[in-house]
Design a protein around this ligand. Structure first.
Ligand code: SF4
Ligand code: SF4
Length: 448
């Protein structure tokens, strides 16, 4: 018999809201309080089970319940709660797309943020492994690995079977997982002279016509062409564009570990720079949905009283959301030179949960001779989940339905708004088709 609290109605008819993350309250890290909240929410989920197909966290929970002596949450050993927590990669889909019991419903279920609280508890107890710490230090690793000469050594080691076995043993990185290539000519080096601030900006809707690029750790050192493509498309459309003056990691990889103190440190580095750019009339964008989500949702919930965090939240955009807003005002060029043919387009979770609609699909659909096949399913990459030895096999399993769909489409191009998801999926398909980026496709369509 479920012990879930009573509520006046099934589901909520009110618009969902999200409570700030109370991460500075000592009770946030109190083991008994945490276990009480986990038991309460797990019990609601056990009675509901809507999310069973979303990820591996829910099947893990339901198996624990079904295999317990009572077949209820009270029969599950609290030490096993961590098994559920370990399977959550904070994609946010359960909160944003499935759960009828999110606030203001009185049951007040915020499953991702409860998982985050549990991760923060375990991190504070020193349970984060060395491998996870290194993998999530994207700024430091990227800086080191992109030094000329070092870059060749790192890339060669990443392809070497013996080195990969060693990485498996020491860092917990699965030997078959695809890990990023590094480039000495980073995006920030390639675009160092980019500053088109002189053009007279034309506002449209919420966009002000001046866009500062947050290159992101991953694209800066591993996929610099994506940042170049983005800058080229923006400039082609008369949008003033520059790189943000300085940047550190957005903090998402540390958030996924529950390392909230490191998230706060990155926030101290990024927010003053971004807020200053916003005050000078620049909007902000980033070529990775997770990084946009960090500034748009997670930091504002961690720092609800920080005016600069809230200012950045109001002025950060998904790149295609920006382009689509300009199109609605008649400011996007549609004089395309090349058709794209059939495109299999994966929409990553961290973009879908931004509630902006399928803007990448809408913009690419403007290109004549283009047939879009949108795939809205988890790629299984999800930060470090798709490379860790402990979760790689499950990550591959999660990716399978997306890969099957891409193959069925027999597309001329396969792209995802998340370059890491694209790479993970292409790896599973033996790079046939290879991964591309939607902004690269748009640049190709323009013929620029
Ligand atoms: S946030 Fe994503 S990974 Fe975590 S429990 Fe919800 S659906 Fe699963
Ligand atoms: S998160 Fe919400 S929708 Fe998902 S299983 Fe739990 S109660 Fe049900």
């Amino acid at each position: 018999m479920s012990t879930a609290p009573d509520a006046s109605r099934e589901g909520s008819l009110d618009a969902p809201t999200r409570h700030p993350l109370d991460w500075r309250n000592p009770e946030f890290y109190d083991e008994s309080a945490l276990n009480r909240e986990l038991e309460r929410v797990f019990d609601i989920c056990h009675g509901c089970r809507r999310c069973v197909s979303l990820c591996h966290a829910f099947p893990t929970l339901f198996d624990l319940v079904d295999e317990s002596t009572t077949m209820e949450v009270d029969g599950v050993d609290k030490a096993d709660y961590a098994k559920v927590v370990d399977q959550c990669y904070l994609c946010d889909l359960c909160y944003q797309t499935k759960c009828p019991y999110v606030p203001p419903h009185p049951w007040n279920v915020d499953f991702p943020h409860l998982m985050l609280r549990a991760k923060a508890f375990h991190h504070r107890r020193g349970e984060t492994g060395l491998g996870a710490k290194i993998l999530s230090s994207t700024t430091a690793v990227g800086k080191l690995a992109s030094i000329p000469i070092v870059v060749d050594v790192v890339n060669a080691a990443n392809r070497n079977g013996v080195a990969r076995k060693l990485m498996d043993k020491t860092l917990g990185v699965h030997p078959e997982a695809r890990i990023p290539e590094y480039h000495a000519r980073t995006a920030r080096k390639r675009l160092a002279k980019l500053d088109r601030g002189g053009a007279a900006p034309q506002p449209a809707g919420r966009t002000r016509g001046k866009l500062a690029l947050f290159a992101t750790c991953y694209c800066n050192v591993s996929q610099p062409a994506i940042v170049e493509d983005l800058a080229a498309v923006l400039a082609h459309n008369g949008i003033a564009v520059k790189l943000v003056e300085r940047e550190a990691c957005c903090g998402m990889p540390k958030l996924e570990l529950g390392d909230l103190e490191s998230v706060a440190k990155y926030k101290e580095k990024n927010i003053p720079v971004l807020a200053a750019a916003v005050r000078e009339g620049w909007d902000i964008t980033a070529p990775i949905p997770s990084c946009v989500l960090m500034f748009r949702q997670e930091l504002p919930l961690m720092f609800p009283d920080d005016a600069d965090v809230q200012l950045v939240r109001e002025h950060i955009f998904d790149p295609f959301e920006y382009l689509w807003t300009r199109h609605r005002a008649g400011l996007l060029r549609t004089d395309f030179a090349n058709p794209l043919g059939k495109v299999a387009l994966h929409a990553p979770c961290h973009q879908r949960v931004q509630n902006i609609g399928p803007k990448t699909r809408d913009v690419l659909a403007l290109v004549p001779g283009t047939e879009l096949h949108a795939i809205e399913r988890c790629s299984g990459h999800d930060g470090t989940y798709g490379v860790k030895s402990a979760t790689y096999a499950i990550a591959r399993k999660i990716a399978k339905p997306v890969e099957n769909r891409v193959r069925q489409v027999e597309a001329d191009h396969f792209a995802s708004d998340c370059p890491m998801a694209a790479s993970h999926l292409a790896h599973g398909m033996g790079d046939s088709p290879r991964a591309e980026s939607p902004i690269g496709l748009l640049r190709h369509a323009y013929g620029i």
